[in-house]
Design a protein around this ligand. Structure first.
Ligand SMILES: Nc1ncnc2c1ncn2[C@@H]1O[C@H](COP(=O)(O)OP(=O)(O)O)[C@@H](O)[C@H]1O
Ligand SMILES: [Mg+2]
Length: 377
């Protein structure tokens, strides 16, 4: 068992507070991803869990035991870093065995552990090679192997794929997902700034921002029910559009008169006193579609990006601080320079007031999250 509990965890360097009030329960066997912009404290939080950084405040427990002052080697964890730093003069097997040798394990134990790690990571044919005779992806697998041989309860990964090129990143990401599936009772905490990695690997994502936790949830829950505009725009690509307007009609469905002239019907309830309230309607590029009827947004396409599977339409690249972007399935060469009218399903829209989602309001019980079913074509 290796559940982790963080209570009020904080970190400061001198006078500079980097993280505060981190409360988090991680269940044994979970794959947790910490995601957030560069410098938000992801590595710092992971290193505090590992014991490589002093915890300035709060309590860290692993398997019910307070760990704040326990040295890294006794926490039952192993960490994999972005820079895999293998010993160049040692074979793959010796690189993986190094920590076990230091720990005084027997030759047969070491042999067994490195054989097992080699099999799990498909490195068996390379065990006697030097790192220089391996590809970048294989080298990162050796670094993961160094963690596996120690058979820790908790694996910590700090951006392990960032040094790999795009194709290798995808391949190694899939291997990490399969590795996790092969050890369902081991807990993994994985740091990345890459939202695709977060969405594809995590059981639950922890979004860090502004020195704290913005939101914790299953990947699709964060996608469909972001708690604030930051999470809404951090998860999903291109980022969610935010269109300012005023509440024109309240009720089970909210009608918003947009400053740009459009009208949005949003499937999120508002109260009588919300009439006239300033809001942002959130609309994901992939939820927009062309309409002949009432439009949420209307504009002239001033740039298109044809990606084959989808076409991105850009509006206001010159006159808006951030362009509005629509993502239409398929190929649309004829839309460049044309005026188009766009709408979206009320259930797909988001509604924010002062940056916070109106789904999550004081005193309102939000039903448990259920993924929105794919809409049949
Ligand atoms: N040893 C240190 N001394 C002072 N500030 C630090 C130190 N390490 C990290 N920081 C600061 O803490 C913040 C979080 O850093 P980090 O955890 O590395 O961010 P991330 O991994 O999310 O990119 C950054 O603003 C960084 O400058
Ligand atoms: Mg980092």
């Amino acid at each position: 068992m290796a559940d982790l509990k963080l209570t009020g965890v904080a970190k400061s360097y001198g006078d500079v507070q980097v993280l505060s009030d981190i409360d988090l329960d991680i269940r044994s066997g979970e794959f947790i991803v910490f995601v957030g912009p560069s410098g938000c404290g992801k590595s710092t939080l992971l290193r505090m869990i590992a014991g490589l950084e002093q915890i300035s405040g709060g309590v860290l427990e692993i398997a019910g035991q307070r760990m704040n002052d326990i040295p890294p080697s006794q926490r039952g964890i192993a960490m994999v870093f972005q820079s895999y730093a293998l010993y160049p003069h040692m074979t793959v097997r010796d690189n993986m065995a190094f920590a076990l040798k230091i720990a005084g394990k027997s030759r047969s134990e070491i042999r067994e552990a490195t054989d097992r790690a080699g099999r799990m990571l498909q490195l068996t044919p390379y065990l006697d090679r030097l790192p220089k005779a391996l590809s970048g992806g294989q080298r990162q697998r050796v670094a993961i192997g160094r963690a596996i041989v120690r058979d820790p309860q908790v694996y910590l990964f700090d951006e392990p794929l960032s040094n790999l090129d795009a194709a290798l990143r995808v391949a190694t990401r899939i291997e990490i997902a399969q590795l996790k599936a092969s050890m369902p009772d081991r807990t993994m905490i994985y740091v990345t700034h890459d939202q695709t990695e977060a969405m594809t690997l995590a059981d639950r994502i922890v979004v860090l921002a502004g020195g704290g936790i913005a939101q914790v949830g299953a990947p699709l829950e964060l996608y469909e029910r972001p708690i604030n505009e930051f999470v809404a725009q951090f998860i999903g690509s291109p980022a969610m559009n935010l269109l300012p307007g005023k509440v024109a009609q309240t009720g089970a469905e909210t009608v918003v008169a947009l400053d740009g002239g459009g009208v949005a019907h949003v499937g999120i309830p508002t109260r009588h006193e919300d009439q006239g309230m300033a809001v942002n309607v959130g609309i994901r590029p992939e939820d927009m579609r062309e309409t002949e009827g009432e439009a949420i947004f209307e504009g002239v396409v001033d740039l298109t990006e044809a990606l084959g599977e989808v076409t991105l339409l850009y509006f206001g690249t010159r006159d808006r601080p951030v362009p509005v972007i629509a993502k239409l399935p398929g190929i649309h060469p004829a839309l460049d320079g044309r005026r188009v009218r766009l709408t979206a399903d009320p259930q797909a829209l988001h509604l924010f007031h002062q940056g916070q989602s109106l789904l999550y309001r004081e005193g309102v019980e939000l039903p448990p999250y259920q993924p929105r079913a794919a809409i049949p074509a």
